[in-house]
Write a protein that binds this ligand. Structure first.
Ligand code: ZN
Length: 178
């Protein structure tokens, strides 16, 4: 059994937030390392596997409710497809290397929303602006460790209902699988 990967777990998983984003925020709350360097130091490959990343994060004593949320919003590789939010996405529908974000979402609450990596989202479902290239995208593998210019403290309650509503209202156009 590995040791806990962090000494603090004051930040909590947010709606729509995948494991790599949550991990990165935990790193930002802990120290000034780049998340990918921190991951390497504790034995997680920079080109991470989501299930391994989740396993390490789940060594933290966060509640089952928050673990379930993180599991739900984390894309997991499954035989060439990606399992996310109870659905299976084909390679062309979910792209690890889709380096887009909504500037306004980030300005409001800086964390990575997993739907930015879905091809069906060309604009932000909240702000209706065109998604823009990420400032922090550096890798070619597509696996990214989001790092924003400020740390989000603890839980951000006002994000909750809005983000889930957005997901639900977009479900219809995401759902039909070829
Ligand atoms: Zn937005």
């Amino acid at each position: 059994m590995s040791a806990r990967p962090f000494t603090f777990w004051r930040v909590l998983p947010l709606p729509g937030e995948p494991a790599s984003s949550y991990f990165s925020r935990l790193v930002m709350d802990e120290c000034s390392y780049l998340p990918e360097n921190y991951a390497s130091e504790i034995g997680i490959n920079r080109i991470f596997r989501s299930d391994e990343l989740l396993e390490r994060i789940f060594l933290l004593p966060i509640s089952e409710e928050y673990k379930e949320r993180l599991r739900w919003w984390t894309p997991v590789e499954a035989k060439g497809s990606v399992r996310l939010a109870g659905q299976i996405f084909a390679r062309g529908q979910f792209r690890w290397a889709r380096n887009l974000q909504c500037r306004e979402c980030v300005a409001e609450t800086p964390y990575h929303r997993v739907w930015w990596q879905l091809e069906c989202f060309r604009t932000c479902p909240v702000h209706h602006c065109v998604l823009e290239p990420l400032a922090y995208a550096r890798t070619t593998s597509g696996r990214r460790w989001p790092r924003f210019d400020r740390v989000l403290q603890e839980r951000v309650a006002h994000v909750e209902s809005g983000a889930v509503h957005i997901w639900e209202s977009n479900r219809r156009r995401i759902s039909p699988m070829p």
